[in-house]
Design a protein around this ligand. Structure first.
Ligand SMILES: [Zn+2]
Length: 129
């Protein structure tokens, strides 16, 4: 029961990732569950990670609620510990996760830190990984 409530709480964060995960097999990608999280790699997920992130050169993986998108299966393996921290954060913050993440990015930039590495959510994820 708690698991269902938690998934509903973070569903607004999960929805965009779930849309990509559901469509990804149509674009040659793979979607599967791994330790209670939906993971999707290759195909559309890989294209988005190469072209639609703010990070220079794209990203290996990204967490969208309870969904993790990766460029490849190896990228998912490599980033799993880091991305699981983001899944836990999304579950904790629910629909407030993206606004809170954005504010943490601005806060890092305002204090002169790297907007990505200085973001408190990234600090927590990098520390755990
Ligand atoms: Zn991260």
């Amino acid at each position: 029961m708690i698991r269902v409530v938690r998934s509903c709480w973070c569903f607004p964060s999960t929805l965009p990732g779930l849309a990509v995960a559901v469509l990804n097999p149509l674009f040659g990608g793979t979607t599967a569950a791994h330790t209670g999280v939906v993971e999707s790699h290759g195909g559309l997920a890989a294209w988005l990670l190469r072209h639609a992130t703010l990070l220079r050169g794209g990203a290996l993986a990204i967490t969208l609620g309870e969904v993790v998108l990766g460029r490849t299966a190896a990228a998912l393996d490599l980033t799993r510990a880091h991305e699981r921290v983001h899944v836990a954060q999304a579950r904790r913050w629910g629909p407030l996760f993206y606004p809170a993440y954005g504010l943490a990015t601005v806060a890092a930039w305002r204090r002169g830190a790297c907007p990505y590495r200085g973001n408190r959510f990234e600090v927590e994820a990098h520390a755990a990984a």
